[in-house]
Write a protein that binds this ligand. Structure first.
Ligand SMILES: C[S@@+](CC[C@H](N)C(=O)[O-])C[C@H]1O[C@@H](n2cnc3c(N)ncnc32)[C@H](O)[C@@H]1O
Length: 442
């Protein structure tokens, strides 16, 4: 197929697949009662990890959601950027997916989104300009050449810009590839999509319990079951015409090939460090001596079930993560704890504790007078200099050096697990969104 401008289509059978079954399946009517929030698209996290906590999202911020599908990221980003004069370009070659995403935006009264039905591989010809943030999740591994697609995205990234990428993980999907191979031999080649879906479900029901996919079935149940992602999920997981997977070393090689680097893994971040799982001091010392990439590769093999790699990427050599040493920055609790700083501070009485948990790790913080004041000021507004002044004024037996050391230690753990971010003091609610005005998470 050739698109309306006469550009060549890429992998037409893949486009046909997403025309038949847009992914993920979404009903625009659901926008009336819930907002889907993707953690890595949270602008505070992005700001903290990729823009030194100092980004002004009102200054003509431009976003490309490449292969945006039915719109989860586009909708969440547009909700956060409402009223900020930002521009979001949602690009997808599936008209059916685009229509669902557009209707979701209409239901929410979101504007500032440009809708482009075209192939990502045509990016240089589309005249879309350059972008501060490119979201491309679950797409590059479906292209004819992941490397070529990534190079095009890298070419559209503004200086200092960041990408969020998600690519399939090699080891966590082993049983998926066993199943795909079985299906390639098992399904009649001339069967239509409906027959393939029916025959695949029948085969799944008949699998002996020894089959690797059967053993992993609990894990994939939501993706393929009728009350989960249904036929769209089943097609995406087991019947995809183009599906490539990556180990951690593959990811780094891919980034190198496009002149990019991994800034940070965002999902299950603690599983990318073997020291999360190792206690023996000699082994920890050995792991400390390795570079970060070999350490991450070992961690992936240790965990063995990482089925997707989600990470921020950017051009090497740019300072990106906000610094805890900059006392003009403010701390802000993230995830389930966001907005609950006063309540958490109050809960940190001596003898008590608070546990923070999420997909990237769990940490327990002990209650004591310093933590009570500290956590109650993790509001995204109060600069660290003022936080330190208040703790020192209210807690008599603590020195400035011990306080700062304790805060840095806490920060190291909670930041790595995504429970804590930094942002430039005074920017919350103006340069970055005020999250209390967003619809609640579901
Ligand atoms: C698995 S879905 C992911 C959708 C979305 N990024 C998400 O994470 O929910 C892949 C999407 O990429 C789109 N896609 C695949 N190849 C593409 C290409 N070459 N150009 C544009 N869109 C493409 C498909 O139409 C589909 O909507």
């Amino acid at each position: 197929m050739t698109d309306p401008r006469g550009n060549p289509d890429h992998l037409p059978e893949i486009r046909a697949q997403y025309e038949a079954l847009p992914y993920p399946p979404r009903d625009p009517a659901d926008e009336r009662h819930r907002l889907i929030q993707r953690t890595a698209d949270h602008l505070l996290l992005l700001n903290h990890r990729c823009y030194r906590g100092a980004r002004d999202f009102r200054d003509g911020f431009r976003v490309l959601v490449a292969g945006g599908g039915t719109g989860d990221s586009t909708i969440y980003l547009a909700e956060q950027l409402r009223g900020f004069g930002a521009e979001i370009v949602h690009l997808d070659f599936s008209a059916a997916s685009l229509a669902i995403a557009q209707e979701r935006a209409r239901m929410r009264g979101l504007d500032g989104i440009s809708w482009v039905r075209d192939s990502l591989m045509n990016l240089p010809r589309l005249g879309l300009g350059s972008f501060d943030y490119i979201n491309c999740t679950g797409v590059l591994h479906h292209l004819e050449s992941t490397e070529a697609g990534l190079r095009l995205l890298a070419g559209a990234l503004r200086p200092g810009g960041a990408m969020l990428l998600m690519l399939y993980g090699r080891y966590g999907r082993r049983s998926v590839y066993d199943m795909q191979e079985l299906l390639r031999g098992y399904l009649p080649p001339d069967a239509n999509l409906q027959d393939k879906l029916r025959l695949t479900r029948a085969l799944l029901a008949a699998l002996p319990p020894t089959h690797s996919f059967h053993r992993d079935l609990d894990f994939w149940r939501y993706e393929i079951s009728p009350d989960g992602l249904g036929d769209a999920g089943l097609q995406d997981l087991l019947l995809h015409g183009q599906d490539r997977c990556f180990s951690v070393p593959d990811i780094h090689a891919l980034m190198d090939s496009a002149g990019l680097e991994v800034i940070a893994f965002t999902d299950r971040a603690s599983d990318y460090d073997p020291r999360t799982h190792v206690r023996d001091p000699g082994t920890v010392a050995h792991l400390d001596g390795l570079g970060q990439r070999p350490r991450q590769a070992i961690a992936e093999l240790m965990t063995s079930d990482i089925n997707s790699h989600e990470f921020y990427a950017g051009r090497p050599g740019e300072t990106r993560v906000a610094s805890i040493g900059d006392e003009n920055n403010a701390l802000i609790l993230m995830g389930q704890a966001q907005g609950r700083h006063r309540e958490i501070g109050a809960a940190l009485a001596p003898g008590r504790s608070v546990t923070f948990s999420g997909r990237s790790g769990t940490a327990t913080v002990a209650g004591n007078p310093a933590n009570r004041v500290l956590f109650s000021l993790m509001d995204g507004v109060t600069p660290l200099s003022e936080v330190y002044r208040r703790v020192l004024a209210e807690v008599p037996d603590i020195t400035s050096i011990d306080l700062r050391r304790g805060v840095h230690d806490l920060y190291r753990v909670l930041e790595a697990q995504g429970h804590l971010c930094l942002l430039e003091a005074g920017s919350y609610g103006s340069k970055v969104p005020d999250y209390s005005r967003l619809p609640p998470a579901q």
